[in-house]
Design a protein around this ligand. Sequence first.
Ligand code: SF4
Length: 641
Amino acid sequence: MKTANPSPLFSPLAIGGITIKNRLAVSPMVTVYCDTDGMATERFIAYHETKAKGGWGMIIVEDYAVDPLGRGFWTPGLWKDEQIASHARLTERVRRAGSAIIAQIYHAGRQTSAGLIGAQPVSASPLPCPAMGEIPRELSVAEIEKIVSQFGDTALRARQAGFDGVEVHGAHGYLIAQFMSSYSNKRSDAYGGPLENRLRFPLDIIADIRKKCGSDFLIGFRISGDEKVPGGRAIEETKAVAIRLEKQGVDLLHVSAGTYESPWAIVPPMNIPPGWIVDYAAEVKKVVSLPVMTVGRINDPFLAESILRSGKADLIAMGRASLADPDLPDKFAEGRSEDIRRCIGCQQGCREILRRNEPIRCLVNPTCGYEYRREFKKAEVPRKITVVGGGPAGMEAARTAALAGHDVTLYEKADRLGGQFAAAAVPPAKGELATYLAWAARQVEKLGVAVKLKTPYTKEICRSENPSLVIIATGACCARPPIPGIDGPSVVSAEEVLTGRVSVKRKVVIAGGGMIGCETATYLGSLSRQVTILEMLPTIAADEESTRRFFLLQMIDDQRIRVLTEAKITGITETGVRIEQNAELFDIAADTVVLALGMEPENALAKELEGMVPLKIIGDALKSRNALEAIREGFLAGAQA
Ligand code: SF4
């Protein structure tokens, strides 16, 4: 039962023939939950329905392709009548749960690949998208008119499927944006040149939708306030566009940022502050009288509330915040803000996976995308469960098992919870990781898990407590390949450095230029150490997510960190490191050598306990991977305990 919350976030908004019950909207995010023919699957429906049940006022469902040749991923589609029925099931379930539902309609234009669509991509002009690299075919006037009509037909099908409206995707460098921006539109006909010509395509689309769907059907428009690319549209021209869109009958403007050439602006990583583009919405709001929605890494309802109070926007769209916690609105309404699981901008589940056109997930919410499986159930018979290891996997296992009703004890040999994840939060721009640990630790405590810190779990404890199940989540330790001198006194691990357990002298060599090595280098760089990264591969930070890598490489450059690639360490001495590079051997002086050469599962305990008690090994203790997999395995272990 929700309590009345006086926050302005819970004031309704009448717009485009509908009333939205609150100011919290889910922004459209590609999920890859539909089938390859654009039909809604149960996975897709259950995912959106879960958010509707969590209290969001409006859900904007992502990227309905108006033409199968306009898809950039396996997005939903309403390009043919046969697709209406499956999406009608979606709208019926979402509306029954209390949210308004809008279909975002789009055409990817040049921001796709021939490999995906089976044809040469199209665009306003034959200029390749710098991110995709394929030269598109310039659309003829007849083809443009056909696509205008496809947008109108798709909107009509959306109306027939029960959507409350559509959002025309004119942002992020997709086809409409390609026409609108002189960065990508070099035409000399009626669709190119001056702004009025570049706006002809979107304005015709809006007119066609209005003609086919009527005056009581909400039409929203998403626009990049700033494209964040050289020669792209900036906010002043966006304001002129907004005025023209309002005149054309658009009901709602959704101000975002970026194109595929500036992906960090579309899906900003933790390096970018929350709410970073709110001022673009505020600028647009100054010149129009229709409602304006803002977006951009807003992961906290208090921030959303303050934006609304400031008058900079009328609606707050939260995308990844809704992946991290679909119940955010209800929790906030009920005064349970401390229970809200916040998006940490890690990009692991929602962006990195998407680049492979695979279904998205969320690192902090292991049920995201699996709602349809209904994996969590209350235990019929409560059991005594022991979890060993207080990193993300262990905490999630303990949390879920306790939530299911089991009697749970969590053992951690260190003096705090968090495991490797706590160390990962130390380098510059990584601090937000710690908010997840704080949330998980709080939940574990609230659920009554008995947490035993500084207590290594042993056979003796196991024998005396006799649990029904021991979940081993002991994580991984620093790999130590057989390099001469690797056990010397000047050699330390990245984790020891980041947790402050060792002191690091002036000249440092980081052995291993993967993500951990590079981030540790920037941490030491920020402490004015003279750092050299040695990497065997031709590039560094190859395992880092691409938007975060962009900022990481910038930081390495700014801090004047020396980077040697294709360099093999052949030995370590007390004065430095001997390396082989380009068939030459030479020495690099170092007071401290930091190992970042990978991780190895730490699962000796599992071998010790074998045969004594039922065991489940999860996370890095099973195989060294990332926290996305570790937390998911923790959830499954706890849910199936
Ligand atoms: Fe946020 Fe990371 Fe989850 Fe994506 S995977 S929604 S960035 S916490």
